[in-house]
Design a protein around this ligand. Structure first.
Ligand SMILES: Cc1cc2nc3c(=O)[nH]c(=O)nc-3n(C[C@H](O)[C@H](O)[C@H](O)COP(=O)(O)OP(=O)(O)OC[C@H]3O[C@@H](n4cnc5c(N)ncnc54)[C@H](O)[C@@H]3O)c2cc1C
Length: 455
């Protein structure tokens, strides 16, 4: 490979645009091909639009709590048009700042649909025709799209995927959410806050089936307090629309009638029609592209990153992988401080209360028989949580009883998504609980609960 390799990237989401910026900064000749807008689904269709709408939901929830703070709650009514403009404005701003950054790094951007034409070649279809480009290294970062079950066809009006919700044309009167994973519960929070009645179909006996049961229990209670109907142990097997109504039939014979249904049952990778076979790249049964720790596929100069890699479907992980790919393409892997450890990725659920976790979970350690020390402090004993009139939730820290090394943690409560960073840093840097206890923190602050839980 020459000192200035030609690096082609398919997809301008977090994995693609991070790889592009980093590699260009390190001296690569980078071409980024995006069929839609840079920023990717993360900025335009999923993560950012949903969090923008959830910010409004959080404000409504907060408004309900100000009565206890000597204020009269506002008569908060949602203006769908203003909300839509806000979502669009944030998307446009982010798209243009990413584009500016890429331009400043001299990344060549092509608006078109790309596919691999061989182990070193990419073919792009755009308004100006078909272009063939030769590359020393290629990154496939084409993301994913919502999973749609075979038994229904989303119509964007009443049978919705998450991408139809920013916001939907009319606020649903009665929304049926199918799927109680992270995305499903965030939308339950969103729509109940906006005033919709919601029924949540939960295939297991617990919402957030893969999370700590104590964490899930706080959220379930919050949903019940909001009047959400939980249909547990039921799987949707048919969805029909009858004019203004949707009917969802479940495998246990139960039927729910609502005004809208939202499918929140995961995603599928965008790996079809990419010429992967032509380039000799293997995919797994789900269509994901297996990668090694440098994000290389089975064809060493072709990398895959982000949702297509089937690791953790998170923007943060996609960006980190993109940076790793850039380093590797430029032969800078030796400079990488640590290898990528997906088990140490922090993640958050933007409900009310917020939920965040990182590293080893108590239940996981229990099922593997690993000895752990678990310490837990409720926010009801934290001065700032009381001052903010929101003492819901807790901080839980999982550590190694022999060494004191922090292995993981969960936070349920206000600003959990921000607070988890401290535990994430501890987990990444192998800090000990004593390091958290010794830190001189601000008082009064929610973060004091972290030090208390570490004691
Ligand atoms: C509702 C929802 C909320 C989410 N919230 C969060 C969150 O709060 N935090 C978080 O970390 N993650 C969140 N995620 C996950 C996050 O959005 C994804 O993990 C992230 O988008 C993955 O980034 P990516 O770079 O792999 O792909 P994407 O962001 O999907 O970008 C891929 C890009 O490739 C382009 N493309 C596809 N095929 C081609 C082709 N053939 N030629 C050219 N271009 C192509 C697409 O147009 C797209 O722009 C959420 C997901 C959903 C569904």
């Amino acid at each position: 490979m020459s000192s200035s390799p030609a690096f082609i990237i398919l997809g301008g989401g977090p994995a693609g645009h991070e790889a592009a910026t980093y590699a260009a900064r390190l001296g690569a000749r980078v071409t980024l091909i995006e069929r839609d807008l840079v920023g990717g689904a993360a900025h335009l269709l999923d993560c950012i639009p949903s969090k923008t709408m959830i910010a409004t939901a959080h404000a409504i929830s907060f408004n309900r709590r100000i009565a206890g703070m000597g204020l009269s709650p506002l008569d908060a009514r949602v203006d769908i048009e203003i909300l839509r403009d806000r979502v669009e404005g944030i998307k446009r701003w982010l798209e243009s700042s990413i584009r500016d950054l890429l331009t400043s790094q001299r990344v060549r951007m092509i608006c078109g649909t790309a596919r691999l034409s061989g182990p070193h070649g990419v073919e792009v279809e755009s308004d100006s025709g078909t272009e063939h480009i030769r590359a020393d290294a290629i990154l496939v970062a084409t993301g994913s799209r919502p999973r749609v079950p075979g038994f229904c066809v989303p119509d964007g009006e009443r049978i919705l995927t998450t991408r139809d919700c920013y916001p939907p044309p009319h606020l649903p009167q009665h929304l049926i959410v199918v799927g109680s994973g992270v995305t499903g519960v965030e939308f339950v929070h969103l729509f109940t806050s906006l005033g919709s009645r919601v029924t949540l179909i939960v295939s297991r006996q617990q919402v957030l089936p893969r999370r700590d049961p104590e964490v899930a229990a706080v959220l379930e209670q919050e949903f019940l307090d909001r009047g959400v109907s939980l249909l547990k142990g039921a799987k949707a097997i048919a969805i029909d629309r009858h004019e203004e109504e949707v009917v969802v039939r479940c495998d246990d014979g139960r039927t729910v009638v609502g005004s809208h249904v939202l499918l929140a049952i995961g995603s599928v990778p965008n790996t079809e029609d990419l010429g992967l076979e032509t380039a000799g790249i293997k995919v797994d049964k789900g269509g994901y592209i297996p990668i090694n720790n440098n994000c290389q596929t089975n064809v060493p100069q072709i990398y895959a990153a982000g949702d297509v890699s089937g690791k953790l479907p998170l923007s943060s992980v996609a960006s980190m992988q993109g940076r790793r790919v850039a380093n590797h393409v430029m032969g800078m892997n030796a400079l990488t401080h640590r290898s990528l450890d997906y088990d140490k990725a922090a993640s958050a659920i933007f409900t009310e209360p917020e939920i965040a976790d990182v590293g080893l979970a108590e239940a996981e350690a229990f099922s593997s028989g690993r000895k752990i020390r678990v310490t837990k402090v409720p926010f009801s004993s934290n001065a700032k949580a009381l001052i903010d009139n929101d003492p819901r939730g807790f901080v839980k820290i999982v550590s190694d009883p022999a060494t004191g090394v922090v292995l993981g943690g969960s936070i349920v409560g206000r600003h959990a998504a921000e607070l988890i960073s401290v535990i994430a840093l501890a987990v990444t840097a192998n800090l000990k609980v004593i390091d958290l206890v010794d830190a001189l923190l601000v008082h009064p602050a929610l973060s004091e609960a972290l030090a208390d839980a570490a004691e």
